[in-house]
Design a protein around this ligand. Structure first.
Ligand code: XMP
Length: 510
């Protein structure tokens, strides 16, 4: 497949480069910075991008690529740290920036460059660096500068080497997409129009080949990833795919019904629904620590799933909806980001079970999975649903989880979702949910004093869940949510709205 490769030097923006290229319909993959030249060439790329990174090229432990990458004859675009690497490697000099720049800066281009073709002479770009090019390597020319950074872009069109000090992948950079497109299509000559659906036939054949006449199992959670992964596998192996849905008793109202309707009734999946709510709730009895809850749920899930899986004779494969960001995370130079909460997903299943993995989505980003899901005719209400954590409502009923409290939370949550959907806000936010607080407050209802629970409403906007901001919902909508919850849900007499961003808070409360 035609592609561009991105070497990752640890920038927080590396994934963004990949996402921007993919949205330009250019297929690309990320490799760690130390990828060997043989590995790079074996993938037959059209060009290379050297990402930014937090290091200085003069650090003793600065990440360095295989020195040959710049002399392969492949087009290369260096971004930020990538530009400094290129400058140094080609014989220029890099120095500590006179003024460390962070944020928007006005770029002015000089002369003609394919990279800036179609962009105006001056536009704003996003800078974030401590080093800068001091002298330009022989055979290179300066194609842009900013008031603080005279050498903000260089190139040797002859050798097809290009570099920019700013970040074209960051959304704040004007014409950033144009620059990436110019590199991919203008410099590298990438002609295809890649789409996630281009994966379809190849992926289906690959699954057929991998699984053959055996059986595969999938832990279908009803979320976007497992739904699309299962639908792909179903296309490949039909009823040799056995799906298992574990009802933990910690799901939202309607989750289980929806699964049955879509996957069993409509798609005709071989779907086994296991009601394990009594086991889960039994083990959660008396437990209030968030980490303990997560651990218990994680272990119990594996246990229940394994038991069910063993009943399916001849199953050697496990279908999983692993996405590209997880794959990148595992090859990333920074290593997995710090674990703040232990996430117990079905990701923990395979090693113990000794089954071979089928991961048809491992090269796709979330929005691409949704696009593929549309091709597979999965309904929008599944593809566009908000993320839902593996431990479910257990981490939203603060304190001890009981059937009664889950019931109260479930009702409040349903009302909130109905209102958000009716107001047209559902697709504009990342996540909207209710939390039941482990405390009671005083209220008056009619002539009577009440002493009941508090429900908190949490609505956030986010791009990837790593950072988030609370949503500025209209007053009227908040008012309707609050009024309906208090009047319709017995046991709640107060509703509060969470106005904390992430960081410092997390999205979930536990
Ligand atoms: P936090 O609360 O860490 O959440 O800001 C970030 C995103 O991850 C989801 N989340 C989880 N997802 N298993 C999951 O599959 C988990 O244990 C889990 N905990 C949090 C959360 O809903 C948000 O979208």
């Amino acid at each position: 497949m035609d592609q561009i490769l991105i070497l990752d030097f640890g920038s927080q923006y590396t994934q963004l480069i990949a996402r921007r290229l993919r949205s330009l319909r250019v297929y690309c993959e990320i490799l760690p910075f130390h990828a060997s030249v043989e590995d790079i060439l074996s993938r037959n790329p059209r060009g290379l991008i050297l990402s930014g990174g937090p290091s200085s090229v003069y650090d003793r432990k600065a990440p360095m690529p295989d020195p040959a990458v710049l002399s392969l004859g492949l087009p290369v675009l260096g971004i930020c740290y990538g530009m400094q690497l290129m400058t140094l490697a080609m014989g220029g000099r890099v120095r500590r920036a006179l003024r460390r720049e962070y944020g928007l800066s006005m770029l002015r281009t000089r002369g003609e460059s394919v990279l800036f073709s179609g962009a105006p002479r001056g536009f704003r770009v996003w800078m974030s660096h401590g080093d800068e090019a001091e002298t330009v390597p022989d055979g290179f020319r300066v194609t842009a500068g900013t008031p603080d950074v005279p050498v903000a872009a260089i190139e040797s069109a002859e050798r097809r080497l290009y570099a920019v000090q700013f970040h074209p992948e960051v959304y704040h950079t004007e014409h950033g997409e144009r620059i990436l497109r110019n590199f991919a299509r203008g410099v590298c000559g990438y002609r295809e129009r890649w789409t996630p659906a281009s994966f379809l036939d190849a992926t289906i054949s690959a699954i057929k080949e991998q699984v053959g006449d055996s059986r595969a199992i999938c832990a279908l959670s009803g979320g976007v990833d497992s739904s699309v992964a299962a639908a792909l596998a179903y296309r490949a192996i039909g009823r040799n795919l056995r799906c298992i849905f574990v009802d933990t008793g910690l799901l939202r109202h309607g989750d289980r019904d929806r699964m049955e309707k879509v996957f069993r009734d409509r798609f005709r999946f071989d779907l086994r629904i296991v009601d394990a709510s009594a086991t889960f709730l039994g083990r959660l009895k008396g437990v209030t620590s968030p980490e303990k809850k997560r651990k218990i749920i994680g272990h119990t899930f594996i246990e229940v799933f394994e038991r069910e899986a063993r009943r399916i004779k001849g199953a050697r494969f496990l279908v999983q909806g692993t996405l590209y960001p997880d794959v990148i995370e595992s090859v990333s130079v920074k290593g997995p980001s710090a674990v703040i909460k232990s996430h117990h997903n079905v990701g923990g299943l395979p090693k113990k079970m000794g089954m071979e993995l089928v991961e048809p989505l491992r090269f796709l980003f979330k929005d691409e999975v949704r696009e593929l899901g549309r091709t597979l005719k999965i309904p929008e209400h599944i593809l566009m649903q908000h993320p839902f954590p593996g431990p479910g409502l257990a981490i939203r009923v603060l304190g001890e989880v009981t059937r009664e409290r889950l019931g109260i939370l479930g009702k409040a949550d349903l009302i909130m979702r109905e209102e958000i959907q009716a107001a047209g806000w559902y697709d504009r936010i990342w996540q909207a949910f209710c939390v039941l607080l482990p405390t009671r407050t005083v209220g008056v209802m009619g002539d009577e004093r009440s002493y009941e629970n508090v429900a908190a409403v949490r609505c956030v906007s986010s791009v990837d869940g790593m950072t988030a901001d609370w949503s500025r919902l209209p007053d009227g909508l908040l008012q309707r949510i609050s009024a309906r919850i208090v009047s319709e849900v017995r046991g709640v007499n107060r509703v509060v709205y969470d106005i904390t961003s992430k960081p410092p808070a997390t999205i979930e409360w536990e």
